[in-house]
Ligand binder design. Structure first.
Ligand code: SF4
Length: 346
């Protein structure tokens, strides 16, 4: 795990949605750090708060959502010596620094490219507009750069495709165009929110290769949101496992796969098929589903599904965050000695 000052540091983030049935807290006190040039994978089932955490970073949470509290420190300027760190959440909505972050210093790729690209504007027009906002290129130079970017993300015949509308491109090509838009200002951080979920496995593998090679070329950090542990194994330097709006385990990727601490991480890993080993046997599954955040279980929110839950403790008390050193943590009573659990494995 990395110890230097992170590029992005989220502390105590709480984001909620006001609904007719009550307040839904989608993100409930998240602490995360992304280091320059590294890849942090945020993993968990649907409904764990991964995407809302990502959208909170760029303040893209829409009504009735609201960021209630926390800080998101952007240290990019301090790290490259061009300025001071600031708290993204404390910026006035009209502050120019927020505009520079969105699409400039932080690029974002969404899950559904078709829904994120504007249907009535050509790919080229969308690229050129972003380039003109974040660079001082002329219109002509921006068009040439747009063609170069489409070429660099592997879109064939970019001179022609630059004038194509999103509906004229395949899903994989739209996702590549989205990556080109996210990368056009050479961001320090790329946030990729399940960018390959809607794609077939071959296109998925190509997009992952592309992100990896572009990361090596540009030296940017990546925050990659996924529910796919195969993708985590391929891409991550560090991993944060989320459950019901909280980060329940944090570790370097090798430590996490070799020695998962939190029972939720163990259950996720156990449910991944291993070629050859799992032939002819049923894969273990995690019983039940992620609870409705409106009816959050008392104590540890994973206790109704946890194979290692301790009755009378896990269902009553909030689990402590245990620090294993080197940036590794887990929120679980099994690692916090008490009269009941003294001697439990750590
Ligand atoms: Fe399971 Fe208890 Fe740990 Fe929660 S605190 S993960 S219920 S053992």
């Amino acid at each position: 795990m990395e110890h230097a000052r992170p590029l992005l540091e989220i502390s105590g983030l709480r984001t909620s949605f006001d609904t007719y049935d009550g307040k839904v807290r989608a993100v409930d006190g998240v602490d995360l750090a992304v280091h320059a040039g590294k890849t942090l994978c945020v993993v968990g089932e649907s409904g764990c708060g991964k995407s809302v955490t990502a959208r909170s970073i760029l303040r893209l949470v829409e009504d009735p959502g609201r960021i209630e509290s926390g800080t998101i420190a952007w240290n990019g300027h301090e790290l490259d010596g061009t300025g001071e760190s600031f708290d993204i959440l404390a910026l006035d909505p009209k502050d120019k620094r927020l505009g520079r972050l969105r699409g400039g210093e932080i690029g974002m790729i969404f899950q559904e490219p078709a829904a994120s690209l504007l249907p009535l504007r050509t790919i080229g027009a969308q690229l050129i507009e972003t380039l003109r906002i974040h660079t001082d290129l002329s219109k002509k130079a921006a068009r040439a750069k747009a063609i170069e970017l489409l070429d660099s993300v592997g879109i064939p015949d970019p001179h022609r495709r630059v004038d194509a509308y999103p509906f004229q491109l395949s899903g994989g090509m739209c996702q590549r165009a989205m990556i080109a838009i996210a990368l056009c200002a050479n961001p320090s951080l790329l946030i990729a929110d399940e960018p390959t979920t809607a794609l077939d496995v071959t296109t998925q593998a190509r997009i992952l290769d592309l992100i990896r090679s572009l990361q090596a070329e540009h030296g940017m950090a990546v925050m990659f949101i996924t529910h796919d542990l195969g993708v985590v194994a391929e891409l991550a330097d560090e991993v944060a496992v989320m459950y019901l709006g909280r980060v329940v385990e944090r570790a370097g990727v090798e430590e996490l796969f070799a020695d998962p601490k939190h029972p939720y991480t163990k259950a996720l890993l156990a449910s991944v098929p291993v070629l050859g080993r799992d032939r002819g046997r049923d894969l273990p599954t995690i019983p039940g589903a992620v609870p409705n955040p409106l009816h959050r279980p008392t104590g540890c929110s994973f206790h109704p599904r946890c194979a290692e839950a301790i009755a009378g403790r896990c269902d009553l008390d909030d689990p402590p965050e245990v620090d294993f050193g080197g940036g590794r943590t887990a929120e679980c009573v099994l690692y916090a000695p008490s009269e009941d659990t003294e001697g439990a494995t750590a």
